[in-house]
Design a binder for this molecule. Structure first.
Ligand SMILES: [Zn+2]
Length: 116
C-alpha cells in the first residue's frame, strides 16, 4: 500500500511478516516511512508496504482473524520450503477458532456484516 492511499482514521489490514499478530487496525498517525496502528488488542508501528486494503485481504468469516492458513505443496528435498502449489479444494484453517472453514471472506465484507 502506498502512503498516498492511506488516511488517518482508515481501517487497514496489517500483514505481520512473522505471521503472528496480523489484523485489522485503525491508522492513528502517518510518518515518512511508517504508520502508527491501533486496535483493541495492541498498538504497533508498521511500514507502508506491509499494509493492505480490506477488500484485498482474506479473513476468517467467524472471528475476523487474518492469519488463516491453507494447505500447500513443497519439495521435500529442497532446502527452500516455499510453497510450490496449493492443495486443490483444501479447507482453510483458523487458529483462533481452532477449526477448519469451507471458505474465507474478505475483511471488508466481514466488517460490513459485523456492523449490521
Ligand atoms: Zn476464526
Amino acid at each position: 500500500m502506498k502512503k498516498k492511499d492511506i488516511k488517518v482514521g482508515q481501517i487497514v489490514a496489517w500483514i505481520d511478516p512473522a505471521s503472528e499478530s496480523s489484523g485489522m487496525f485503525t491508522v492513528i498517525k502517518k510518518y515518512a516511512e511508517h504508520v502508527l496502528l491501533k486496535n483493541s488488542a495492541s498498538e504497533i508501528e508498521a511500514p507502508y508496504h506491509e499494509l493492505q486494503f480490506l477488500e484485498d485481504t482474506y479473513c476468517c468469516p467467524s472471528c475476523g482473524n487474518i492469519d488463516i492458513e491453507e494447505q500447500g505443496w513443497f519439495y521435500v528435498n529442497s532446502p527452500n520450503t516455499a510453497i510450490n502449489d496449493m492443495v486443490e479444494e483444501s479447507p482453510i484453517w483458523c487458529s483462533m477458532c481452532d477449526f477448519t472453514l469451507s471458505s474465507s471472506t474478505n475483511c471488508d465484507e466481514f466488517l460490513k456484516i459485523k456492523m449490521q
